[in-house]
Design a protein around this ligand. Structure first.
Ligand code: ATP
Length: 236
């Protein structure tokens, strides 16, 4: 049998004030999958993640997480369902040390990774632990710290918004390896990406967004045959 559906989004609309940004998004994320949201700037990828997380509060339609309807719930309730969101801007605090940044979020449920596991996954973080300002880290290290921080909390569904943006190829590769290691440990990962080659190399399935709707779903086995179509959508 197929793994259980953890996130089930149906006919989702989302708004910023008067501005209607998502127009009926439907998607499913199954336990243990790596799923990407691809699409051009402004397609609605970030808004989809923020809607699932409850950060965008103005939404209509249905977002079930583990079977529970979450439209209407605040983001702190949604976080307690084991869902975490790493924003594009990473959210590392300059007033806190690397260690303080790492230890900041409360543990929400059992099953989080301990420090030894986190350091195995992201060796750079151990070396930089005593750095006084979190923002002194390189962009790649800040990204790793942002991911490590939520892994401690016990979240089992990770939503990562453009984790590789602006990073050197060698760091992108390390983040890709970490994502695959997390998948191997049973985490479920939703990835917003501009870097199509990086994303499609990791993903079980790829959703393509355009103008606030999903226009295509491409499974791993179809990426090669649909490469031309994907390039058209993504403008790469
Ligand atoms: P990007 O890669 O640029 O983040 P995206 O696919 O993630 O693109 P979104 O950030 O979800 O796209 O944006 C979707 C639409 O919503 C865009 O037209 C954007 O201008 C608009 N938008 C995003 N955030 C806000 C906001 N806070 N207020 C008003 N409009 C917004």
């Amino acid at each position: 049998p197929e793994p259980a559906i953890l996130i089930d989004v149906n006919d989702l609309s989302a708004f910023y004030g008067e501005s209607h940004v998502l127009h009926g998004v439907s998607l499913t994320i199954r336990a243990g999958e790596v799923v990407t949201l691809l699409g051009r700037n402004g397609a609605g990828k970030t808004t989809t993640l923020k809607s699932i997380m409850g950060i965008v509060r103005q939404r209509q339609g249905s977002i079930k997480i583990n079977g529970l309807e979450t439209v209407g719930l605040p983001s702190n309730r949604i976080a307690r369902l084991g869902v975490a969101f790493c924003p594009e801007e990473r959210g590392i605090f300059s007033s806190l040390s690397v260690e303080e940044n790492l230890l900041l979020p409360p543990i929400i449920q059992p099953g989080g990774l301990g420090l030894d596991d986190l350091f195995t996954l992201f060796p750079n973080i151990r070396e930089r632990l005593s750095t006084r300002q979190g923002t002194r880290l390189s962009g790649g290290e800040q990204q790793m710290l942002a991911i490590a921080r939520v892994l401690r909390t016990g979240a089992r569904i990770l939503m990562l918004d453009e984790p590789t943006e602006g990073l050197a190829p060698v760091i992108v590769e390390q983040i890709g390896e970490a994502i695959l290691a997390l998948k191997a440990r049973g985490f479920t990962i939703v990835l917003v990406e501009q870097n199509f080659h990086f994303a499609s190399g990791l993903a079980d399935r790829n959703y393509v967004m355009e103008d606030g709707v999903i226009v295509e779903m491409v499974a791993r086995e179809e990426v090669r045959e649909k490469a031309g179509l994907l390039q058209e959508y993504l403008g790469v």
